[in-house]
Design a protein around this ligand. Sequence first.
Ligand SMILES: [Zn+2]
Ligand SMILES: [Zn+2]
Length: 302
Amino acid sequence: MLIGAHVSQSGGLAKAVQRGVDRGCQAIQVFNQSPRMWRPTAYGEDDFAAFREAMDASPLDAVLIHAVYLLNCASEDPEIRDKSLASLIQSLRVGAGIGAAGVVLHPGSAKQGDVEKAIERAGAVIREALAESERCPLHLEDTAGAGGTLGRSFAELARLVEAAGGDRRIGVCLDSCHLLASGYDVRTPDALRDVLKECDRLLGRRRLASLHLNDSQAQLGSNRDRHAVLGEGELGERGCAVFLSEPRFEKLPCVLETGTDSGAPSSEDVAHAFKLRRRGKASRSRTASRKSKRSPSRGRSR
Ligand SMILES: [Zn+2]
Ligand SMILES: [Zn+2]
């Protein structure tokens, strides 16, 4: 697992690399433009080259782009739809320019309307954005399920992938807080394994592409998206340690989006994640050796 944090891109994309290094990250996530405005930042080839150079010279191994929250690819309003499409294409182009592992996207919201129709609309926008861009993967993020947001279950994510044409560039980003809030218990190794089995069954094994690690202020199945600092929410230190040590997540970028630096992740928060990962791994290997002692013949089975 490549542990890291969402960092600010202000002052230029390349600046984000140093912020990641300062926080002890192995991976970073950035917005490709100011998150509160539709206006895209006009990055050029020089910016991309500067970013790639800074990455190459750093210990960072992966960068994710988060599309801004204004987007609603499922909107019925043609103006919002067109703006969302243009912004998503821009995110994917920046992603290609900086060699991002993917653009993370909240799939959209049906608002009060029909969910299936909203999925079709979102799928059409995603399909078009992929056709208008090259290379960069798109990661659909699972959502907490509040207020008509799409992607609250693996079944809904699978429908979105299908509606978007099933392109190989489409993956999923799993957010620990959203999983819990949408009713998936991920706080013990066994529970998380079952959740991932369900994810595999409905989405296929190769779609799992990136991770967000946030603790959750809201309870299991509450459908409320309220991030908490690691260890201070419903996942708790134990649940976060389980998530961080999941063998299936081994090669994936996993970024913190919430922390103790005025709400943003600090170097202490990232260090905390590394510590919890070690704790999770130690606990899993203790359990494994206990199990193999109990039934030596089955010790090596998986
Ligand atoms: Zn997230
Ligand atoms: Zn969230």
